[in-house]
Design a protein around this ligand. Sequence first.
Ligand code: HEM
Length: 124
Amino acid sequence: MEATFYDQVGGHVFFVRLVDNFYAEVETNELLRPMYPEDLTDSKHHFEMFLEQYWGGPRNYSEERGHPRLRMRHAPFHINRAARDAWLAAMSIALDHERHDLSEDELKELRDYFDMAAHQMRNV
Ligand code: HEM
């Protein structure tokens, strides 16, 4: 069986680290931080499970949260161009931390995906 992208980039450990680094940026961002709950534990957990599932890893997200319906789940938040760009900038910094451990192709695949997904999440 061919390895999934999830396995290829380092599995659970990789996604935990990526999400931690992403939220470290969210925590200091004055536009993004107020959108998220005070305690980020669940937010991190949900995002991490979602990404693992998306990239071919364990399907815990759907077991715990049901169908992703990401656009619907983001509807309560005011995601304009500035919020989307701030989110993408935070993710870009988190991905920069991984640049020594990933191939150019892997990095590009992740960046392209987040870019596409963030454009879809804009709702204002
Ligand atoms: C475009 C800018 C975005 C903003 C401002 C944003 C903001 C948020 C906020 C405020 C939450 C709620 C956190 C919580 O309730 O704990 C959330 C949840 C989430 N976001 Fe985003 N988000 C964005 C884009 C994305 C993208 C591109 C993805 C996927 C690649 C994503 C995946 C998720 C997931 C999986 C959750 C948890 C859903 C659940 O409740 O199960 N978000 N986001």
